[in-house]
Design a protein around this ligand. Structure first.
Ligand SMILES: Cc1cc2nc3c(=O)[nH]c(=O)nc-3n(C[C@H](O)[C@H](O)[C@H](O)COP(=O)(O)OP(=O)(O)OC[C@H]3O[C@@H](n4cnc5c(N)ncnc54)[C@H](O)[C@@H]3O)c2cc1C
Length: 386
């Protein structure tokens, strides 16, 4: 295997301690959380107490000012273990960065320290029942009336939606201007007219509280416009700017999950006896696993290179889209082949490989579908768009 050169001793020490935290505080509960459809709120507070939320945020907002590689370590460890109920990645590395990069000083001080302690859980609400890939078609409106905006609309498939205390909501502040009339609003739990719908039942990510959100004439104070007047109608630009890191995170998850699946399968096929010999003894098994390992190794080198580019501010959206699409496709292929090598046990929920198979599927859908990734890549090649 090619040695990874991204991480130093501090990153690896952090990896060890985060892995121990997951083993102690998450492993014993994850199955129960899958059955109830959400993680216990307490795990957010425990993660905060142990310094595992918002590690890359500046110290002024309660973070540890750690470099992004510490976040990469966390994303890898959660994904490798299959603890997909934890919405930490979205909270730490999608919602918090929006507030950090675009928020006013007051907004940063109001939300970020409590996101670091786990007292506040964050979500981002872009998708609507009739607008997912085509975000320019968002119908939610936030119309200015003196000192507030009146927010109307509904969102769906929102990760952390049920636990969320603060939601970055994408809405049209200038409906006639299309994408150029889009803004981001900070909507808080308890605002009159803001209701959470049911937790959605899903194929995988069973412990993740993915929800619908409804906004009925919600009076959102003007100072809840993310970034204040300076960011009015700039919401779409903010969304586009954050895409490389958001998409790379999915690729990082994909590789970590795929490598775990291979490792579990290697262990299983060595033990499982069929026709008087280990499943591992069959050439088909060995060649299948050799092919999968080769592909995951190749993909990991590419993703590590993308991570390195990100660290230097050089990761572009098309390259991040390649990483997202290629690795999530590969993840699904790995899961499928590994389930096959487990035989019937690979179809039983008690086996991690079965959960990993179910969890993998959405990776090709969220964060922009893989078809949209190919649109972005082909556009970067100078090919005409639609
Ligand atoms: C578990 C889960 C968690 C999620 N979390 C969040 C969240 O936290 N916040 C949030 O805002 N959203 C979230 N989403 C929503 C997710 O980002 C969208 O589902 C995704 O972007 C696709 O949108 P859609 O579902 O409307 O599909 P559609 O846009 O309706 O797509 C349907 C099909 O058409 C294809 N298609 C669409 N446009 C094109 C095109 N131009 N060319 C070729 N093919 C095309 C798509 O690739 C897809 O195959 C989540 C979704 C899931 C399932």
């Amino acid at each position: 295997m090619i040695e990874r050169t991204l991480f130093n001793a501090e990153h690896e020490a952090f990896r060890d301690s985060f892995r121990r935290f997951l083993a102690k505080e998450v492993a014993p509960h994850h199955e129960a959380w899958e059955e109830q459809g959400y993680v216990d709120r307490e795990i957010w507070l425990k993660a905060g107490e142990n310094g595992f939320l918002g590690v890359s945020l500046p110290e002024a907002y309660g973070g540890a000012a750690a470099d992004k590689l510490f976040s990469v370590v966390q994303i890898e460890e959660i994904s490798a273990a299959g603890f997909t109920g934890l919405g930490f990645g979205l909270h730490n590395e999608i919602v918090a960065p929006y507030i950090l990069h675009y928020g006013t000083e007051e907004q940063k001080h109001k939300y970020l320290p409590k996101m670091v302690t786990g007292e506040i859980v964050g979500a981002i609400a872009m998708t609507e029942p009739s607008a997912g890939s085509d975000l320019q078609g968002v119908k939610a409106t936030a119309i200015r009336q003196s000192d507030h905006f009146v927010l109307n609309g509904s969102k769906t498939f929102i990760t952390n939606g049920w636990h969320a205390d603060v939601v970055v909501v994408v809405a049209k502040t200038g409906p006639a201007a299309g994408a150029k009339g889009t803004s981001l609003l900070m909507v808080e739990r308890g605002m009159a007219g803001f209701e959470k719908g049911k937790r959605l039942k899903k194929l995988g990510l069973k412990a993740q509280d993915t929800s619908e959100l409804f906004f009925d004439n919600v009076k959102v104070p003007a100072d809840h416009l993310l970034g204040g007047e300076a960011q009015l109608n700039r919401g779409f630009i903010c969304l586009m700017e954050q895409l490389p890191w958001e998409r790379l995170q999915i690729a990082i998850q994909a590789i970590a999950a795929a490598q775990s699946a291979i490792d579990w399968t290697v262990a299983y096929v060595k033990e499982r006896q069929v026709f008087g010999q280990a499943v591992a003894a069959y050439q088909n098994t060995r060649y299948t696993l050799a092919e999968l390992q080769t592909q995951v190794q190749v993909a990991r080198v590419f993703v590590d290179k993308c991570t390195d580019l990100l660290m230097h501010g050089k990761l572009d959206t098309a390259t991040a889209s390649m990483a997202k699409y290629w690795t999530s496709d590969l993840q699904c292929k790995v899961m499928d082949e590994c389930v096959q090598l487990f035989g019937g046990y690979g179809y039983m929920w008690e086996y991690p490989i079965t959960r990993a198979y179910a969890d993998a599927r959405v990776q090709r859908i969220y964060g922009g579908t893989n078809e949209i990734m190919k649109e972005v890549i082909s556009r970067s090649m100078g090919l005409p768009s639609r």
